[in-house]
Design a protein around this ligand. Structure first.
Ligand SMILES: Cc1ncc(COP(=O)(O)O)c(C=O)c1O
Length: 383
């Protein structure tokens, strides 16, 4: 995507922009994988869930994977009848079971307690699986490691063994296994290692599985070697005769998303020139959460002009960082943050009453299509 795309004066800012060609290029890779191996790709709608965006993704996937009743309801609205809805969460609420079971085709339980509460009901209508915590960590940051110690995510082998001894689990009615134990990895050998470990550990129970869900947590970049993923899928199909699902989120939307902002003030301080943007880190919450420095399209490592890019809220820490540019920045200049398509729009908030960014789809003809715009009513309705 070129910088010049973002200079059209009629574009609303701030705005999230999703590049349809980038999304389709990843989905095309998933479709090839599906043709080659017979796996069933889902899209994990937690990473970005704007309705028009889901319509772009829908033709390429077998269904959506969800984390809550609201996401399920959204998936039901968007998907065709022959596409499937999947859920796993540590947060099932007792008062939501009936609705979840009615709307979902595949329900994965996260704990023994959930199993005891709902497995029978689920099996009467949908397919019931369990999430396994393989206790293999590949992520350095505990906040994003599903296998951190004392994790709430999935059942460990020790928990399964105890439940088995106490006859709390019926292995004959567990139809599926779900694992998700990575984050932004490009190394599918980690998935292979995890799945081998899980299937070896489960062999004592002789489960009669119908499906395995390999979760998300991997990026399908051009340089990512899909060989170990293909091997894992084939091995699961050959040895256990199961359907194999994948549910990437960030791989589909991360690299395809941008945040477009406009400079609304320049402040000259003791040692910096500060460019105040019409956006805030609350539109890119992972910048603050992760202390991560977003890439800026117009910046250049050796540029002669340095600016501190800051958000427009009252929080002094609402800043994106110091960046160098070849050209001078002025009030009205456009700034584009790259690689912001996942876990940003879905987590954004209206702190200080600052409006949320609009959302555009940049379609395959390079035309901006406005998907969403917020206003005072959107702010007022949440109060
Ligand atoms: C169970 C599950 N599946 C899929 C995903 C999607 O992961 P990613 O966006 O890293 O591909 C997540 C993300 O947290 C998850 O928890």
């Amino acid at each position: 995507m070129k910088d010049s795309n973002f200079h059209k004066s009629d574009l609303i800012t701030p705005a999230y922009v999703y590049d349809q060609r980038r999304i389709v290029s990843v989905l095309g890779r998933l479709a090839e994988l599906k043709d080659k191996t017979g796996c069933l790709p889902l899209y994990s709608i937690k990473s970005a869930n704007m309705a028009g965006l889901l319509d772009v993704i829908k033709p390429y996937v077998s269904g959506f994977s969800c984390s809550s009743l609201f996401e399920i309801q959204l998936a039901k609205e968007v998907l065709n009848k022959n596409q499937t809805i999947h859920i796993t969460t540590p947060g099932y609420r007792p008062d939501e079971w009936d609705n979840i079971i009615e709307l979902c085709d595949f329900v994965t339980l996260n704990s023994i307690g959930q199993w005891q509460a709902a497995a029978e009901k689920i099996n009467a209508r949908s397919s019931c699986g369990i999430r396994i915590n393989p206790e293999l960590s590949f992520v350095n940051d505990d906040r994003y490691d599903p296998c951190r110690s004392d994790s709430k995510l999935g059942m460990t082998f020790a928990q399964l063994a105890d439940a088995n001894t106490a006859k709390q689990l019926d292995w004959q009615s567990i139809e599926g296994i779900h694992i998700h134990n990575n984050c932004e990895s490009m190394h599918f050998d980690e998935l292979k290692q995890s799945m081998d470990h899980v299937m070896a550990g489960l062999s004592v129970y002789k489960p009669k599985l119908k499906w395995v869900n390999l979760g998300g947590g991997y990026l399908f970049k051009p340089e990512t070697d899909l060989g170990p993923l293909e091997d894992t899928i084939k091995r699961l199909q050959d040895q256990f005769s199961v359907d194999v699902y994948l549910e990437p989120g960030k791989a589909v939307t991360g690299n395809a998303g941008y945040l477009l902002a406009t400079v609304i003030d320049l402040i000259v301080s003791k040692s910096k020139t500060i460019a105040v943007l019409d956006t805030t880190i609350n539109h890119l919450p992972e910048v603050f959460e992760y202390q991560y420095r977003p890439q800026v399209m117009q910046a250049s490592a050796n540029g002669r002009h340095q600016y501190r890019l800051v958000g427009c809220s009252c929080l002094s820490g609402d800043l994106f960082g110091d960046y160098c540019f070849d050209n001078i920045i002025d009030v009205g200049s456009r700034i584009v943050f790259e690689n912001t398509g996942a876990y940003m729009q879905v987590k954004a908030n209206m702190f200080n009453g600052i409006n949320l960014p609009a959302t555009y789809l940049l379609d395959e003809e390079n035309k901006f299509k406005l998907l969403k715009q917020y206003d005072y009513e959107s702010f007022r309705r949440r109060l």
